[in-house]
Write a protein that binds this ligand. Structure first.
Ligand SMILES: C[S@@+](CC[C@H](N)C(=O)[O-])C[C@H]1O[C@@H](n2cnc3c(N)ncnc32)[C@H](O)[C@@H]1O
Length: 246
């Protein structure tokens, strides 16, 4: 039996966190948006019929900002939780965006030009990830583009962490896969070689004095890079950009 992601993504502090980024776009989302623009210019110039789906869309924040930036896109939000989808459908600011349920571990009959996976890949252990990649590949049209923001590492190392915290009493899952595994699964499913870009955040995210506050904070290295942490966990965040072979 496959494990569901924690219900902690539907309530409490997590929704407060999402509400903040409805007003002010997250820096990593800004980079994702730039990648969407680059892909549109490079692979879909002049097209006004592009279908973009945000998988694991949660409160629809990324789609909200994307619609303002690229109003010609046909936008779709998919999430495993009916409650998350119903909440998006009830928000007037998100009207016109097509929201629906999709557990990406299952195949879908829908087809898109661009898929966005924002903080989703870490849920899946290697064996699940094989199915997920196949399902994502099937739901992309030939020449379509997959963009992700994810916790991935450049070493030959597959990491599985289970965090028990107030927001996730049953355990939140954090798989930190290697670039090599992701590249291998993408190649197996008909994608071109991916580009991995470690995310360099341009601002400091403060460390809270409340040890129960697990929002990401940054620590600067002597070289000036900012490392991301969630509580005691180092987060090797990066963007992935890859095209399905035409
Ligand atoms: C960490 S949250 C990220 C939300 C949003 N994309 C963001 O970047 O803020 C992960 C989201 O993925 C959804 N999710 C988890 N497993 C999923 C699955 N198998 N299929 C589709 N959505 C899933 C969760 O319900 C949650 O909304």
């Amino acid at each position: 039996m496959q494990e569901l992601p924690t219900q902690g993504y539907l309530a409490g502090k997590y929704l407060d966190y999402q509400a903040r980024y409805r007003k002010e776009m997250r820096k990593s989302d800004g980079t994702l948006l730039t990648l969407v623009r680059e892909m549109l210019e490079q692979y879909f110039p002049g097209r006004t019929d592009i279908r973009l789906a945000d998988i694991g869309c949660s409160t629809g924040n990324f789609l909200f900002h994307l619609r303002q930036a690229e109003p010609q896109l046909r936008l779709y939000g998919r999430d495993i939780y009916p409650e998350a989808i119903a909440a998006c459908q009830a928000v007037p600011e998100l009207s016109g965006i097509d929201f629906g349920i999709w557990d990406v571990r299952e195949p879908s009959r829908e087809r898109f030009d661009i898929l966005v996976l924002n903080a989703l890949l870490h849920f899946f252990k290697e064996e699940e990830l094989c199915n997920v990649m196949a399902n994502l590949a099937d739901s992309l049209l030939p020449g379509g583009v997959l963009l992700a923001f994810a916790w991935l590492n450049p070493f030959e190392q597959e990491i599985h962490i289970r965090e028990f915290s107030a927001a996730h009493p049953n355990g939140a899952i954090l798989n930190i896969h290697s670039y090599a595994l992701i590249a291998r699964l993408l190649a197996k499913n008909g994608f071109e070689p991916p580009r991995f870009t470690p995310f360099q955040i341009p601002i400091d995210l403060p460390l809270s004095e409340d040890p129960g506050d697990l929002r990401t904070y940054t620590v600067q290295t002597l070289g000036g890079d900012r490392l991301h942490f969630r509580g005691a966990i180092f987060e090797p965040v990066c963007h992935v950009c890859v095209r399905k072979k035409p």
